[in-house]
Write a protein that binds this ligand. Structure first.
Ligand SMILES: Cc1cc2nc3c(=O)[nH]c(=O)nc-3n(C[C@H](O)[C@H](O)[C@H](O)COP(=O)(O)OP(=O)(O)OC[C@H]3O[C@@H](n4cnc5c(N)ncnc54)[C@H](O)[C@@H]3O)c2cc1C
Length: 477
């Protein structure tokens, strides 16, 4: 019976664990969080349950069924508070997986090391917010943080909140804000009608296969109508203003590439603003394991969800942003194959069909709502790009010029962008984008991040760790 280790207990990891158990593998499921469910099914802890938790979640019964089955199964060991900080691969196979178990940054955490026969990496995504002047003011939230506070704590981020950015995720965020008592003054999507049509209209029969998503969309439209929340296209937050915290935001109409159109600025009074521009995959562990990335900077997988490393599988948002249904389908396939099954097995047919449907859904989201290059038009020289180290756009450009076009690594060391406590989780992709825009193809800037193969998410130690923990002898599990 193979040992399958699964990192991440979001939709993809949970589905992988169940599928691997059904094939007969011994499964260990690790998650840094105290609760199962990942980002999508983030919920109040069992110690203070919500009366009707299902109100803020789609597919809540799918989650509770998965959780109940795995918790009752003695062949599945679930380790909560398990922070995986490094992975070694040996001779092209999974080697050791290093874990500290306990509170994030807590004292006396337990050190453990696992040496599984097969590994499924399902670490999900970070939410992405592009910088704009004033985004470091208190009261400015990323869309993911606002959603996490609403779902995981039932905390409203403000009483008069504006939601902006790009992507369908803005709709559930607005719904959660309204459900927790905020007045949502509007939802502003930066992409224009033409982009949305280019993403959503072609091959409509594919969209019809994902009819369930149509139902969810209908629910959000109803929510907007009930709460009288306006939804506007081609508009972006280009500035946040305030003394000690945000007091207003400036909106501007933007063109198809998101460049602000002069003369269209208007100011809206708010006490909180919530901005999200999609998601970026959480790649540190997959990169540490040696998994190759695809052309779009996600973990590359084959039809079996196997990465470039034999017996290392990947599923969910790290292989492409496709939402919960793609994550569930990919997780099921990864777990089944990791446990010794075949992708051709009849039991996997529905999952394989779902993966096809929802991956195409993910591609539509990118075509319709993807980030366009003109956003740099709302940056000023004193806009903070890296919040931890307070590196401004001007300082970043200065470092690029001063280092004479050496590499992303030189610019990081010269400016300290991406070297603070978040280790580039918030700003990494933005720093890479800005530097790419200064690269030879664009101007006299440095070699691009892609060209010098240095990435902000290439880190031998994936999570903040105490020196004492590094020195400790881990227990082999
Ligand atoms: C902040 C945030 C909020 C979101 N909210 C929604 C929403 O409300 N609705 C929606 O449709 N989509 C939401 N999404 C998108 C969502 O991520 C996906 O649709 C879905 O949850 C993807 O499932 P997944 O299993 O791939 O990843 P996730 O659900 O993100 O699960 C990944 C799991 O891996 C764990 N993990 C990561 N790294 C480590 C590590 N080093 N050690 C141990 N464990 C680790 C995490 O704790 C997490 O539980 C959100 C995304 C983010 C980033």
């Amino acid at each position: 019976m193979p040992d399958v280790l699964i990192i991440g207990a979001g939709p993809a990891g949970l589905a992988a664990a169940r599928a691997a158990r059904r094939v007969g593998a011994a499964v260990t499921l690790l998650d840094a969080s105290d609760e199962l469910g990942g980002q999508y099914w983030r919920h109040l802890p069992a110690s203070r349950p919500a009366e009707r938790e299902n109100l803020l979640h789609h597919g809540w019964s799918t989650f509770t069924a998965l959780r109940a089955e795995l918790e009752a199964d003695t062949g599945c060991t679930i380790v909560r508070g398990a922070n995986v900080w490094a992975i070694e691969t040996r001779e092209g196979r999974p080697g050791a997986v290093f874990v500290v178990v306990g509170e994030p940054d807590g004292a006396n955490r337990e050190q453990r090391v696992f040496e599984p026969d097969a590994l499924v990496i399902a670490t999900g995504a970070y939410d992405r917010t592009l910088p704009f002047p004033g985004w470091e003011l208190p009261g400015v939230f990323t869309a993911g943080a606002a959603q996490a506070l609403a779902k995981g704590e039932r905390v409203a981020i403000g009483s008069r909140v504006l939601v902006a950015g790009a992507g369908p995720f803005l709709l559930p965020v607005a719904a959660s804000l309204a459900a927790t008592g905020s007045t949502v003054v509007g939802v502003y999507e930066a992409n224009r009608v033409k982009a949305l049509m280019a993403g959503w209209l072609p091959k409509p029969w594919q969209v019809l296969r994902a009819a369930k998503k149509g139902g969810e969309l209908g629910g959000y439209v109803l929510n907007h109508l009930q709460h009288r929340i306006p939804y506007r296209l081609g508009t972006a937050v280009v500035r946040a203003e305030g003394t000690d915290r945000v007091e207003s935001v400036t909106l501007a109409s933007v063109d198809a590439l998101w460049a602000p159109i002069p003369g269209t600025e208007r100011t809206v009074a708010v006490d909180a603003v919530c901005v999200g521009h999609g998601f970026t995959p959480r790649l540190e562990l997959a990169i540490a394991a040696g998994c190759a990335l695809d052309g779009d900077d996600f973990v590359g997988v084959d039809e079996q969800q196997q990465t470039s490393i034999p017996s290392v599988y990947a599923a969910g948002e790290i292989t492409g942003i496709g939402g919960v249904d793609a994550a569930l389908a990919e997780g099921e396939i990864a777990g089944h194959v990791a446990a010794g099954g075949s992708v051709l097995d009849a039991a996997l047919r529905p999952a394989v069909a779902h993966r096809r449907t929802y991956r195409s859904f993910g591609r539509r989201i990118e075509d319709a709502h993807g980030v366009r290059a003109g956003w740099r038009g709302w940056l000023t020289d004193d806009t903070v790009v890296c919040r931890c180290e307070e590196v401004t756009y001007g300082a970043l450009r200065g470092a690029a010029t001063a280092t004479g076009g050496e590499s992303l690594r030189s610019i990081k060391l010269a400016s300290r962008a991406g070297l603070g406590i978040c280790q580039g989780r918030v700003c990494g992709r933005t720093v890479e984008d800005v530097l790419d825009s200064l690269s030879p193809g664009h101007s006299d800037g440095p070699r691009s991040a892609a060209e010098d193969r240095v990435r902000t998410d290439r880190r031998p130690i994936a999570l903040p760790l105490r020196l004492g923990e590094l020195a400790d002898e881990p227990t082999l599990s």
